[in-house]
Write a protein that binds this ligand. Sequence first.
Ligand SMILES: Cc1cc2nc3c(=O)[nH]c(=O)nc-3n(C[C@H](O)[C@H](O)[C@H](O)COP(=O)(O)O)c2cc1C
Length: 367
Amino acid sequence: MSDLLTPVRLGALELANRIVMAPLTRCRAPAPDYVPNELMARYYAQRAGAGLIVSEGTIVSPQGRGYPDTPGIWSQAQVEGWRRVTDAVHAAGGRIVCQLWHCGRLSLPDYHGGEAPVAPSAIDPRWKMLSPAGPKPTVTPRALSGEEIAGIVADFARAGRNAMAAGFDGVEVHASNGYLFHQFFARCSNTRTDAYGGSHENRARLLFEVLDALGRVLPSDRIGVRINPMMNRYHGIAVDADTVPMFEYIVDRLNGHGLAYLHLTEPFQPGQLDGVADALHEVAPHFRSRCKAPIVSNGGFDPARAQDWIARGLCDAVAFGRAFIANPDLPSRIRHGAALAQPDTKTFYQGGEKGYTDYPALDVCAA
Ligand SMILES: Cc1cc2nc3c(=O)[nH]c(=O)nc-3n(C[C@H](O)[C@H](O)[C@H](O)COP(=O)(O)O)c2cc1C
């Protein structure tokens, strides 16, 4: 397992090992202020053995909300709350970047005073989202005006500034999983006829405007981007004949930005790409040769497969999601070849300490 456990540099980020903690929404930053608290600081510090922690999706503005009790990074109180988290992670020897998130149409009127959520186009994703009272069907969103899009770019710039003020080592732009940026990329969710719809350049415009704006408030080699090109029939997004060329365009253009890393999700759900004509069954190997930035791969990896991909040079680091929920000391378990605990899905998006900070570390297990 030596390769997975060796240091690596992602832009300005020096990682002690190649095991990244994937971003994981855990819904523990309580309404009405969505301020990270001591419990969250403890949770992240427990996982500081990761070479890099990517924070849970962190909302850039009230308009970007889509889940209960997800933390924000628009207010001073949120910056101070995150400072507690970053201090705790750094004190434990870790590194942490802030995943910047706008849910777009994957949201509910419950989060917007009864109004529809916003999106590139007025197309209902026909999904179920979690309201404070349980799952509810999505609605037809309201299409954003050009002026509002400029406001979203400014919101991301403020979030980047705030993230640095909060002591993060950098930021990751959440352009994956069917949320706002992905809604702009995909033809099924973007039928705009202005500068943000139609061509590859237009559908990618918001991402590059945000990257330009972030590049003015923090060094580009502290910015990562996450994409999930093969997400299919999930969160209202479908792969079509344009998907691969669209993401090739995005990856090629990202090369001009000197990013810290590109974070790619592999298809990992059973049957995810069944019957899809233009699918990539392995994403990182497809993009490796055209991507100048280091690649972090994610999605259904176990330690052996992660080790194999790193040894074969298919990626530079591997992010583990669910494994980090139940194994706070995942790198240490991998080092010792120890068994991995299984997470309790019932506490993924709710609860306090239970299913959050009460998973034991290896030495406790052995005792
Ligand atoms: C409880 C939970 C919350 C998640 N929250 C986020 C998130 O906030 N941002 C994001 O980009 N992905 C999120 N994901 C996706 C994970 O980062 C990861 O892509 C997925 O779990 C697959 O990786 P794994 O097989 O290692 O778990 C979440 C996944 C789970 C299970």
